[in-house]
Write a protein that binds this ligand. Structure first.
Ligand code: NOJ
Length: 584
């Protein structure tokens, strides 16, 4: 490409040795159980991932983030960990893990592992020991046990709700068979919260981080990074008090919530940072912290985890002024801490963006554990689409084609932003949410704990289609653990490879160009005179224009190196983005 913006290409070895590799990385999230099944048991596994390293290389990503792969009963899709320093036998062995890490590294791809420090599973050795030990024992002190209220301790210690619905407290039966203490679980009851005031817990996680760092893990994604520090001193506030003190839905701004986003959590990360910096290049970390934006920077500080997710774009409608405001604010915030920003539209917890953007409101929020529900039998159908309902929202109809067009436009915009871009497996195929999952096959605890209210997150976790036919569209040799819909055939990798204009080839091209065009983390807005069109420039003459409006828009002078959809008579149509590189 003979444009002014092209950089001298870096070798894989140069990129791998760079301590700043993460700052502008394209990170691809793999949900291991649903990526590729090598042994035909219906569950994706580690060898399946290794076999797809050439695919990942061809895609052009810089790093893979693996959602939990540890031994687990899957009460919460693997975020209920039985043993932090092992691989789930359903997924493989530690040797398989080492082989996968080596194959990724040989392909120039970094490996980020998910760490779940707020809670273990109720099958963890420590929790079993706690249940078998008496009240007040050292074994109970690793978790959060309290006596109940009421005459016989029959009432929970507080009235707080868990994230998945139902109380945050579960009562146990003592070893002598009598009803006993209660333990705290912010998520499912199979996920007891650790007591992070206990030095033994802290030590054990340092050991875990070292274990994986020594095995070649390059970075960590920290689950519920804002949940570990707790102040449960009496009297515990009532949930109504907490709601009254919250800053809208964005959480507390002063760190005074009893279990979310307390300042003490950063002491833990300061210790982790010392450990990360013992490695060369230093291990990286990104916080999953759903906190008020004013408090996100603490997680991203160089003395702490170094980077934090920002879910602002993911929660926004497809709307130019909202996108611009979010981008501007996050770039400023990242600069203040020295971190780089993060961007994400889809992950394993939310309705895929190709669905969100196909809903009439242009992105109706479907976040956290809310998800789309199929009401195709009662609603008119659109194109090859369905009638849809978002949990808690009025019935709406999905426009499949519009959803994908906007998703591609949003992705191209994101890939041009300074900072790290997080992609979720299957979005490169243009997958939308799967709604055709019968209740009897659902797996997500949020579905079971909120009957009739929440449908859960299974719709974005359905195993990938690799081929147009076969018992599980090439995912494995047999049926997949979640049912795949018929329409997956058209979205299979085999149907898109080498096909011009396919979503897969579009992602490949954009990712390849991104690594060539990226330079300093600067961005400058260019005024378009049209509030529905965003235009920004990156150093070296790399321009991105996104048309959120309805009328075609004239692009700036230069070469259009990629666009999210075809141009119309040289103009940028509605719901489309383009990268323009100024000619040298
Ligand atoms: C956030 C994870 O992304 C989600 O999948 C999980 O259910 C909760 N944390 C609890 O670990």
């Amino acid at each position: 490409m003979s444009t002014s913006a092209t950089q001298a290409p870096r070798t894989d070895a140069e990129r791998m040795a760079d301590p700043n590799w993460w700052r502008q990385a394209a990170v691809y999230q793999i949900y291991p159980r649903s990526f590729a099944d090598s042994n035909g048991d219906g569950i994706g596994d580690i060898q399946g991932i290794t076999a797809k390293v050439p695919y990942l290389k061809e895609l052009g990503i810089d790093a893979v983030w693996l959602s939990p792969f540890y031994p687990s009963a899957l009460a919460d899709g693997g975020y209920d960990v039985d043993d932090y320093r092992n691989v789930d036998p359903k997924l493989g062995t530690l040797e398989d893990f080492d082989e996968m890490a080596a194959a990724l590294h040989a392909a120039g791809i970094k490996l980020v592992a998910d760490i779940v420090p707020n809670h273990s599973s109720d099958r963890h050795e420590w929790f079993k020991e706690a249940l078998a030990s008496p009240k007040g024992s050292a074994a109970r002190e690793r978790y959060i046990f309290r006596d109940g209220k009421g005459e016989n301790g029959e009432l929970p210690p507080s009235d707080w709700d868990s994230v998945f619905g139902g109380p945050v407290w579960e009562r146990i039966t003592e070893p002598d068979g009598t009803p006993g203490q209660w333990y705290m679980h912010i998520f499912a009851k199979e996920q007891p919260d650790f007591n992070w005031d206990n030095p033994e817990v802290r030590e054990d996680f340092l050991k875990t981080l070292r274990f994986w760092s020594d095995r070649g893990v390059d970075g960590f994604r920290i689950d519920v990074a804002h949940g570990m520090a707790k102040d449960l001193s009496e009297p515990m506030p009532m949930k109504a008090d907490l709601a009254a003190r919250a800053h809208g839905t964005d959480g507390f701004v002063d760190g005074s919530h009893p279990f979310w986003d307390r300042d003490e959590v950063h002491e833990v990360y300061a210790e982790w940072r010392k450990l990360f910096n013992e490695y060369n290049p230093p291990r990286t970390a990104v916080a999953e912290a759903w906190v008020h934006e004013s408090r996100r920077a603490r997680y991203a500080s160089p003395e702490g985890l170094g980077q934090a997710f920002n879910f602002d774009l993911l929660q926004a409608d497809f709307d130019a002024p909202s996108f611009r405001k979010i981008i501007t604010e996050n770039l400023i915030a990242a600069k203040e801490t020295g971190a780089s920003s993060t961007w994400v539209f889809s992950n394993h917890d939310v309705v895929r963006h190709a669905t969100r953007y196909g809903l009439p409101k242009g992105g109706s929020v479907a976040q956290g554990t809310n998800a789309a529900q199929d009401i195709s039998s009662t609603k008119p159908k659109g194109q090859d689409g369905k009638g849809w309902l978002l949990a808690g929202a009025p019935a709406e109809e999905l426009d499949v084609e519009l959803g994908l067009r906007r998703a591609r436009a949003a992705t191209l915009l994101m890939l041009a932003l300074p900072g790290s871009a997080y992609l979720y497996q299957g979005e490169e195929l243009g997958l939308r949410e799967v709604t055709e999952i019968p209740d009897s096959e659902r797996q997500d605890p949020s579905f079971f704990r909120n009957p009739g209210v929440e449908i859960g997150r299974d719709g974005c976790r359905v195993p990938l289609p690799w081929t147009a036919d076969g018992p599980s569209f090439g995912f494995g040799q047999d049926r997949a653990h979640l049912p795949q819909p018929e329409w997956f055939a058209r979205y299979a990798v085999s149907e898109q490879e080498g096909v011009e204009g396919s979503t897969l080839e579009f992602y490949r091209r954009a990712l390849r160009l991104r690594s060539e065009l990226q330079a300093d983390e600067e961005l400058e807005w260019v005024e378009t005179g049209n509030q529905d069109v965003l235009h920004f420039s990156r150093p070296g003459g790399w321009d991105t224009v996104t048309n959120f409006g309805t009328e075609p828009f004239e692009l700036p002078a230069g070469t259009v190196v990629v666009s999210s959809g075809p141009l119309e008579d040289g103009l940028l149509p509605a719901d489309t983005s383009a990268w323009v590189v100024r000619d040298a």
